[in-house]
Design a protein around this ligand. Structure first.
Ligand code: CNA
Length: 288
């Protein structure tokens, strides 16, 4: 049912692109909401792409459901699976994609209000996006906390030294000695960081252009963020697939919704070309 997906396809791609470019040119407060699709071109699998996504590649852990790996119950029982994934994230030197640099370019042009990212790979920082401009909705691998006594570890070194290429040990708390030290990435049913709550309550009402990139918008509560912008806001989705409607949105119609279907880097490059930002983007990427 076309009514249940977002945004509804109304115009031809070129026509939509033209409108999006006009609105970006006129914008003062752009929010970019990103997901795992943004980083697939960096070599990091997303969750849900059939075949390559993490959920299709977790058979060896014999999970009842792929999301189990990001639940506290499963983690407490079988922490190895999560730490094996963690090892990749914190040891490999992934590079930002050109679309990460596009977000940085929006910041350089003083039109980026915020980048809300669901990603935990830290590639936004590697692209130079300021801490102030970033909300890591699902936490990050920068810090860790003991699941038992809640001792906070201000860096991830304690975890890192347990994760050797072919030998994964479980990092235990040096203080209480009985809790596992869990990186501060948000699991299902865990609270999102305070920064997310505080800023999302004020940012979205100021947003004149919302650009959603590389997310299936299936994870709550981030998936309702697009519904928090004013009705006159331009909302753009750059993704291989349309997203399901959020809970609030069902009864509202946003007149300026544009779905730019296709590969993220290609679409972003096309937009930059039409914005006349091609050279600046290429410069950021090459200096990266
Ligand atoms: P998801 O559900 O896997 O959705 C990703 C979306 O991106 C899908 O709709 C894909 O079709 C689309 N996509 C993938 N590659 C491209 C491409 N090149 N061009 C166009 N579209 C593409 O992931 P979500 O982000 O929606 O789910 C939220 C989870 C994923 C968050 O909790 C993240 O922490 C988690 N995650 C993060 C990473 C990371 O940090 N890089 C990796 C894997 C999962």
């Amino acid at each position: 049912d076309n009514k249940l997906i977002w945004p509804r396809p109304i115009l031809e791609r070129d026509e939509k692109k033209k409108k999006v470019v006009e609105d970006i040119k006129a914008a003062k407060s752009i929010i970019v909401l990103t997901g795992a699709g943004l980083s697939t071109a960096a070599g990091i699998p997303d969750f849900r792409t059939p075949g390559t996504g993490l959920y299709d590649n977790l058979q060896k852990y014999k999970l009842n459901h792929p999301t189990d790996i990001f639940t506290l119950d499963y983690f407490l029982e079988k922490p190895h699976a999560f730490f094996e994934l963690t090892k990749d994230f914190i040891s490999k030197d992934y590079k930002p994609t050109s679309s990460h640099y596009f977000i940085k370019l929006l910041e350089d042009k003083s039109v980026l209000l915020r980048n809300y990212t669901q990603n935990i790979d830290g590639l936004e920082f590697k692209a130079g996006i300021s801490r102030d401009k970033l909300v890591q909705c699902h936490g990050s691998y920068e810090t860790a906390t003991c699941v038992s006594c809640r001792k906070v570890y201000p860096n991830i070194d304690i975890v890192k030294k347990h994760l050797k290429p072919d030998n994964i040990k479980i990092p235990m708390c040096v203080s209480c000695k009985k809790g596992i030290v869990k990186p501060d990435v948000v699991f299902f049913n865990e609270d999102l960081p305070e920064r997310y709550t505080n800023l999302s309550n004020v940012d979205f009402e100021k947003c004149d252009v919302l650009i959603v990139i590389g997310t299936s918008l299936k994870v709550s509560p981030v998936n309702v963020l697009p519904d928090k912008v004013p009705i006159g806001t331009t909302r753009v989705l750059i993704n291989f697939e349309q997203a399901p409607l959020g809970s609030i949105q069902r009864n509202r119609t946003y007149p300026y919704d544009y779905y730019l279907n296709g590969d993220i880097n290609e679409t972003v490059f096309e937009l930059c070309k039409e914005l006349g930002w091609e050279e600046e983007l290429e410069k950021l990427v090459s200096e990266g």
